[in-house]
Each structure stands twice: as structure tokens, then as C-alpha cells.
Design a protein around this ligand. Structure first.
Ligand code: GAR
Length: 202
């Protein structure tokens, strides 16, 4: 059951498809009583997503909506929209959610859904960001938290964090360095948004 709400925090739903390390960074942040958000739901489109276990261990409600069980994107998205109605969600955080959402889903959540992406957008939208940054001989990369709009990885940027690329980096070493920045950026971005959404402290 969703937990009782108090007005000093916003309610998050986190969508994952895999490991869930960004989700775990948000779980950690929410342990601080001054953090202005709580996690009401972790939702995965993959029954085998590793992050589900960490969410359950943290006592967070989980939902699995397997996209393979639906014959098209709209039916899958309708199932997710229906599941969300059970909760009082203020903000959806996509955290390694590897299913493209269409405007059918995004429009009703416009301005209330954010994503974290492993590049300095607008550079390297889509997949294999680290491979492409290395192939281009870049010396710096990073991560971006942005609002979700129907155009993939194109919504308004909320926050970016940068890190250097070393000469001997591989896609894996670089992914690890960027991930450290992601784990700082995502809680920071959620805090910023929550502070805007919440009424000022009296
Ligand atoms: C993260 O690097 C995230 O930025 C990326 O997937 C990884 C998920 O890791 N997301 C995308 O590429 C979305 N386009 P996590 O499951 O450990 O949070």
C-alpha cells in the first residue's frame, strides 16, 4: 500500500529496467530526513531487473509490468498509466529505464517526468554514449538529468555533471566514472525539483 503522505516531501516513482544503481542512489538520498522526496514505487518493465531486489530490501513497493506481455506500446503504456493511478506520484524518475515511451504516456506526465542520461546532452543521444565519446577522441564527458519529452533525450536540461576522459579509458572504465557523477546528479536534481514543487516553508 502507498505510504501516508506529508506535505514536506514529494512522492517519486522510479522506473528501472536493470541494475538500478541510480535508483539505489535515490534510495540512499531519501534516508536523509531532510531530503524533500520519498519513493512510493519502483516499477520495472523487466521481471529480471536486478534493481527490484534492492528496492524490495529497502521496503519499497514494486510493480513489474513486462512489456513483452503486451501486443503494442500503447497497451503497455496503458498498463503502466493504470498502475500509477494506485499511487499519489508527483514525479517519475527514469533510471536506466530502457523502454522508449511515446507521447501517449509522456503527455499526461509532461513536466513531471525526468531521465538521467550518460552523456553531456545534446551530445550523444541514444545508446553507446561512451563508445562514441571515445571514438570521437573527446577529453571530457558526463551525465545529464533532463525533463522527458516525446523527442528522445531532448527535453529541458535540469543538471549536468562533468568528468574527464583518460587516454587509456575503455567504455567500461568511462561508464564507471560517469556513473559516479550520475549518483550525485540524480539526487541533486530531484532535490531542486522538489524544492520548486513544494510550498515554501513557513
Ligand atoms: C545509467 O548509466 C543511465 O544513465 C543509463 O543507463 C544506466 C543505468 O544504470 N541510461 C540510459 O542510457 C538511458 N538512455 P543503473 O541501472 O545502474 O542506474
Amino acid at each position: 500500500m502507498p505510504t501516508e503522505t506529508t506535505p514536506d516531501k514529494i512522492n517519486l516513482a522510479i522506473f528501472i529496467s536493470g541494475r538500478g544503481s541510480n535508483m539505489s542512489a535515490l534510495i540512499e538520498a531519501c534516508k536523509d530526513s531532510s531530503f524533500p522526496a520519498r519513493i512510493e514505487l519502483v516499477l520495472s518493465n523487466r521481471p529480471d531487473a536486478k534493481g527490484l531486489e534492492a528496492a524490495q530490501k529497502a521496503g519499497i513497493q514494486t510493480e513489474i509490468i513486462d512489456h513483452k506481455a503486451y501486443d503494442n506500446r500503447e497497451h503497455f503504456e496503458n498498463a503502466v498509466l493504470t498502475a500509477l493511478k494506485t499511487y499519489d506520484i508527483d514525479l517519475i524518475c527514469l533510471a536506466g529505464f530502457m523502454r522508449l515511451l511515446s507521447s501517449h504516456f509522456i503527455t499526461p506526465w509532461a513536466g513531471r517526468m525526468i531521465n538521467i542520461h550518460p552523456s553531456l546532452l545534446p551530445d550523444y543521444k541514444g545508446l553507446n554514449t561512451h563508445e562514441r565519446a571515445l571514438a570521437d577522441g573527446k577529453t571530457e564527458t558526463g551525465c545529464t538529468v533532463h525533463y522527458v519529452v516525446p523527442d528522445m533525450d531532448s527535453g529541458e536540461i535540469i543538471m549536468q555533471r562533468r568528468c574527464p576522459i583518460a587516454k587509456d579509458d575503455t567504455p567500461d572504465t568511462l561508464a564507471g566514472r560517469v556513473l559516479e557523477q550520475e549518483h550525485i546528479a540524480y539526487p541533486d536534481a530531484v532535490r531542486m525539483i522538489a524544492q520548486k514543487l513544494l510550498p515554501p516553508a513557513s
